[in-house]
Ligand binder design. Structure first.
Ligand SMILES: *Cc1c(COP(=O)(O)O)cnc(C)c1O
Length: 365
């Protein structure tokens, strides 16, 4: 077995990097996904050469051939993760290898090349190091990291491309909820589904999101914050939201249900919550959970809390569910106790404030 050394990343520092005063001003209210740091990482791939020319370069536009196959057939995947500021000024990541592995699982489903986990990790370290001053210091704020890969080969035939570009960008993100988590209202999509068995629901690919936008627009038109999708076969069981997994809490039974894997995206937050809730004495069951059950148990009061989870918002309480024929609410649409506890536990782990018994936390700086 040969152990391949990591390639050296070429460093192309930004010639006019943002000065400290300007950066401080930008970081007072970064919002989400609008502001980007000074640099990005790119690594090229050609089927005959493998991965080559890794570099840290100024953040800026990418030139593409109009025939680049991503623009026609959507061979594209991405990840979402965060770098967190610690109280001592350090910076760390939460389960980054899980993102690297899921990136490769998505790549496999979309007939794209595998990016070695070490190379993925190195790209993250390189960008966070060079742009470390962009990691916000406010409570619950973070530097959102967006690794993605897409087909660049100029070819209109339908087959997996031979050339790809991996890119990593970073975006400072403020606290998702300015004044504490607010229970959301979600719209049940009856017309659209997110993923069918055998489809791409488990891959984190742009195409899934493109297909979810009409349903999300319908949710907004109906005064809701988010859409929840039902399974594509029976239109009976709950899948997930557009970009978050769901949990159903039955406090009196000390049981939590969550839709089982299959067509949903295997969230890393979901996985962490399953472990943390189990260790806190809850029984966690991964099941087919029906909308009918949700409504009945919310109305009877047996269902005490519902929350959605994902890297961007961590944990979001679900207060009201809206369907064409009416609304129902869970526990008077108040944020639940376990919801808030798990949220705090996760935040403390992510920000390096709690003892890391799982080996989930990786300090970078
Ligand atoms: C990314 C994503 C999630 C959440 O996954 P995390 O790893 O917890 O951030 C859930 N659903 C969809 C569709 C996603 O794309």
């Amino acid at each position: 077995m040969t152990i391949e050394a990591l390639p050296t990343f070429t460093q192309l520092p930004h010639p006019h990097a943002t000065d400290a005063a300007k950066r401080a001003e930008l970081l007072t209210n970064p919002g989400f996904g609008r502001l980007f740091t000074d640099h990005m990482v790119t690594i090229k791939y050609h089927v005959d050469k493998g991965w080559y020319e890794p570099q840290v370069e100024p953040y800026g536009p990418i030139t593409l051939d109009p025939a680049a196959s991503v623009l026609h057939y959507a061979q594209e995947i991405f990840e979402g993760m965060k770098a967190y500021r610690y109280d001592d000024g350090g910076v760390g990541l939460f389960r980054p290898e899980a993102n690297a592995r899921r990136f490769n699982a998505s790549a496999k489903r979309m007939s794209m090349p595998q990016l070695p986990v070490d190379l993925f990790m190195e790209s993250i370290k390189q960008l966070v190091s060079v742009d470390k001053d962009w990691v916000p210091t406010q409570a619950e704020a973070s530097l959102y990291l967006r690794p993605f890969m897409f087909a660049t080969e100029a070819f209109l035939g339908v087959r997996p491309a031979k050339e790809f570009l991996y890119t990593l960008i970073a975006s400072p993100a403020g606290a998702y909820f300015a004044s504490g988590p607010k229970p959301v209202t979600i719209w049940v999509s009856r017309e659209y589904t997110r993923a069918a068995p055998g489809g791409t629901g488990t891959a984190k690919c742009g195409g899934n999101y493109a297909a979810s936008l009409a349903a999300q627009a319908e949710a907004i038109e109906n005064g809701c914050d988010q859409v929840v999708f039902l399974d594509a076969v029976e239109r009976k069981y709950v899948d997930e939201l557009g970009g978050m997994n769901l949990f159903f809490v039955y406090e009196n039974d000390q049981v939590i249900y969550t839709p089982k894997l299959g067509t949903i995206l295997p969230g890393i937050t979901r996985d962490a919550i399953i472990s943390l809730a189990g260790e806190a004495g809850w029984e966690v069951r991964e099941v087919d959970y029906s909308l009918d059950r949700w409504r009945e148990d919310a109305n009877s009061g047996a269902l005490t809390e519902v929350f959605a989870c994902g890297t961007a918002a961590v944990i979001t309480p679900v207060g009201t569910v809206r369907e064409a024929d009416g609304d129902f609410t869970i526990s008077k649409a108040q944020a639940g106790k376990l919801t808030m506890q798990l949220r705090q536990t996760l935040l403390d782990l992510q920000h390096g404030r709690a003892e890391d018994r799982h080996g989930w936390v990786q300090r970078l700086l």
